[in-house]
Design a protein around this ligand. Sequence first.
Ligand SMILES: *Cc1c(COP(=O)(O)O)cnc(C)c1O
Length: 397
Amino acid sequence: MFKVTEKNFKFGTDVLSKGIYINEPATNPEATPIYMTTAFNVEDLDDLQKRYDEHGFCYNRNRNPNRSALVELMSYAEHGEDSIICSSGMAAISTAIISNLKQGDHIVSDMTLYGETIDIFTRVLEHFGVETTFVDFTDTECIKAAIQPNTRILYTETVSNPMITVPNLKEIADIAHNNNAIFIVDNTFMTCVQCRPLDFGADIVVNSLTKFANGHSDAVCGSATGKMSLIKKAYELQVLLGTQADPFSCWLVQRGFRTIELRLKQQAKNGEALAKALEKSPYVLKVNHPSLINHPQHKLAMEQFNGFGGMLSVELPEDRDKMNKFMRSLSFAHYAMTLGGYRTTLSYPVMSSHYDVPKEERLKMGITDGLLRVSCGIEDTDDLVNDFLNALEIAYK
Ligand SMILES: *Cc1c(COP(=O)(O)O)cnc(C)c1O
């Protein structure tokens, strides 16, 4: 007879029950309670020692049940041994990076990163004697050429923002390890549902849980997941810097994460349908999405990803009045400075993520004055596609 063992469970099943931290036999709640407390009462010195030894709860900056629950959930989801959960994606990214560096070290980074991550390398780490070389991570020869004897970290994102290019994670992990460096990957845009960078050899995967992972646009949170030894260093720095996430945000993200597979499947379906429909529109100059045959890394994306994701970008003619009209004519997609929520959102990289980048440089990256980035929500696919086609007709006809 078929017997269910833990091995038989698929992600969609397990994700519903990982990371429940409830020890409330009197009430036995169905949902995890929120532990809004700065500290936990300790019985005696033996109890205190036990809590130290068993990663128990003493003080909120070290551990809290809601944060530990999310640690367990993210470690499971990203196939890592351990995680830290931080007050934002940036807190997780900076803690993971800084805990692996010392003065005189060198970083090789993708040149098309989330803007604030670039600022960590240039505006923060440079002051502490850490230099970063930025190269095109879709070209592994460029990465090899940038390696120095003191290179300690290679850093990229599973798909780039806003051009949605795809780096070869396995090849880059090999380059890192052949050169005694670690490989850190930001998986915010794809999430564990569509890609697990640790499975391709990355050493740490970081996520802005603010985005697709939570999916409800109501909490700011971040994670770093990887080998026990690396995360231990990051945890120790987190406790000193105080980059921990608060209990309520952890609770919100855990709640949102339960439905991540359902949401991401619909968001990827919408992404692909929208990309294919917009590609055919006479008003659209270019569409960037890995599902498209003419995407430069379409084949790699098929090997590396389980679904092409809900993020795409669209190049419209550079006519501000018409772009304004297009944006105002959309019923569902609205402009908001976030992504990954259940509703479709738009952003305009030239005036947000790449506002500080000189025009020549961003044009080299393909970021024109007509580029819009779309983060697909979970709306009905036909409704969403028709809304875009209709708004294009109104604005550009
Ligand atoms: C939003 C984002 C971050 C930063 O996350 P916060 O939660 O806003 O701090 C980092 N990387 C990527 C790819 C993001 O989209």
